[in-house]
Design a binder for this molecule. Structure first.
Ligand SMILES: [Fe+2]
Length: 437
């Protein structure tokens, strides 16, 4: 029983966890699901004639997706303003800009509903904006101390629907919004059940314009969520909190998350080559969008772990893309280091990846998984060969990265299935410098 990884109460007060729960937005999925957006909005309580805000970015305006979504809403009798200034990996200041836009247009009450359209950055901007308008103040009020004030969100606010245009981040279902704090070179999350959207509409026709590099990066992020969720600790290896409200957001894997991670790994690993090499393959795009959703349901409730913990310091310092960072770190962390925690589970993971494991020991199966995962990255042709190619990272940078991981990512490391010390993290970073020559 992993008592030391559990919630913050005296051990003798607590018993082993015996309950899991899952909360999800209403989900609507499929080709041309965009046409049903007005129905979805009404289903979550938005009245006819309401006035909403579409939160997106210029690229999605340019390719026509923002206009298509806006037209669907207007044709259904809804009034819509558009905010299209979302930035990649949004900073606190960037979300403040969107919040100011809302207050300038609508005052403190804000809009009747919000629609976020885009990659994780647009979706997170929409989540933060809706939350801050409903709860008052500024984003920093709700970011954890010491960066922010760590105040709890008291309410969710006006209805929010998210529409992902990448198959990757899982922001459409997650209870977290990630913001960068450039002056501190860190990223911080606002994490609360109130941040989660009320509904998500997933339409693969909105993902076909994604170029190969972005398709590959976001796919590797999605695969990371599925693989980390599949291999994290079980929910009943923690302690049960006295108050159910204190149950952690990342609460361990359950029979339900297990089903989703298995299907996600299958869908993502068997379709990613198709979408990267032919972005117009709508069947493959639909499989990827579904795989990313399932991976998020698994990984972002069971818990992302070591690989994500290590990816944040890299992203903060070198401004790398999240999915690309996950891709280069996964072989050394999620597969190589963590497979010692439960070798037979990693042999099962290899099978989900489509590897023939008959006659292999569990360790050999895990090693084969690592080599096939690296081969997959090489086949995609658009991903870096390791941390060195990703951002010029070298041996001398590792000590700082390992310290940052241990010092700032306790929330994720707590979920890792194998205990991890700074020296282990440094060795994993070293392994990930070059995944291939
Ligand atoms: Fe991720």
């Amino acid at each position: 029983m992993a008592y030391e990884r559990s919630v913050s109460a005296a051990d003798h007060d607590l018993v082993p966890e015996s309950v899991w729960n899952i909360r999800l937005p209403e989900l609507r999925f499929g080709r041309d699901a965009t046409a049903e957006l007005p129905h979805q909005i009404r289903d979550i309580g938005v009245p006819d004639g309401a006035h909403g805000l579409l939160v997106t970015d210029e690229t999605l305006v340019d390719v026509g997706h923002a206009g298509r979504v806006r037209d669907v809403l207007v044709d259904a009798g809804l009034d819509v303003d558009v905010y299209d200034d979302c930035e990649r990996e949004p900073s606190v200041a960037a979300t403040e800009d969107c919040i100011s836009f809302v207050r300038d247009e609508q005052g403190e009450a804000g809009y009747d509903f919000y629609v976020g359209l885009g990659g994780g950055s647009c979706l997170d901007t929409a989540k933060v904006t809706r939350s801050v308008i409903a709860n008052g103040g500024e984003p920093l009020d709700y970011i954890a101390e010491p960066t922010g004030s760590g105040e709890p969100l008291e309410t969710s606010g006006a209805p929010l629907v998210l529409m992902p245009t990448t198959a990757g981040t899982g922001s459409e279902i997650s209870p977290v919004a990630i913001l960068s704090v450039p002056e501190k070179e860190i990223k911080e999350g606002i994490s609360s059940a109130h941040v989660r959207a009320d509904a998500a509409v997933l339409d693969p026709t909105l993902t076909t314009t994604l170029p190969p590099e972005l398709t590959a990066r976001t796919a590797m992020d999605a695969l990371g969520h599925a693989m980390e969720g599949y291999t994290t600790h079980e929910y009943d290896s923690l302690l049960r909190p006295n108050d159910p409200a204190d149950r952690p957001v990342y609460a361990g894997r359950t029979p339900l998350t297990e089903m989703f991670s298995e299907k996600a790994i299958d869908l993502l690993s068997s379709n990613v080559r198709r979408v990267v090499h032919n972005g117009d393959d709508l069947d493959a795009r639909a499989n990827m969008l579904q795989g990313a959703l399932f991976g998020a349901i698994a990984g972002l409730t069971a818990g992302a772990s070591l690989c994500h913990a290590m990816a944040y310091p890299v992203g903060n310092k070198y401004h790398t893309y999240h999915g690309e960072t996950i891709a280069v770190l996964t072989p050394a962390s999620t597969i190589d280091y963590n497979s010692a925690s439960d070798p037979s589970r990693f042999a099962d993971l290899a099978e989900l990846f489509g590897i023939e494991t008959t006659g292999l020991t569990d360790r050999e199966a895990a090693d084969e998984l690592k080599s096939q995962y690296v081969q997959l990255q090489r086949d995609l042709n658009v991903l870096p060969s390791g941390l060195n190619e990703l951002a010029g990272i070298e041996e001398e940078d590792i000590d700082w990265l390992a310290s940052q991981t241990v010092d700032t990512q306790a929330r994720l490391l707590r979920c890792n299935p194998r205990p991890v010390e700074k020296a282990d993290v440094a060795a994993i970073f070293r392994d990930a410098l070059h995944n291939w020559e």
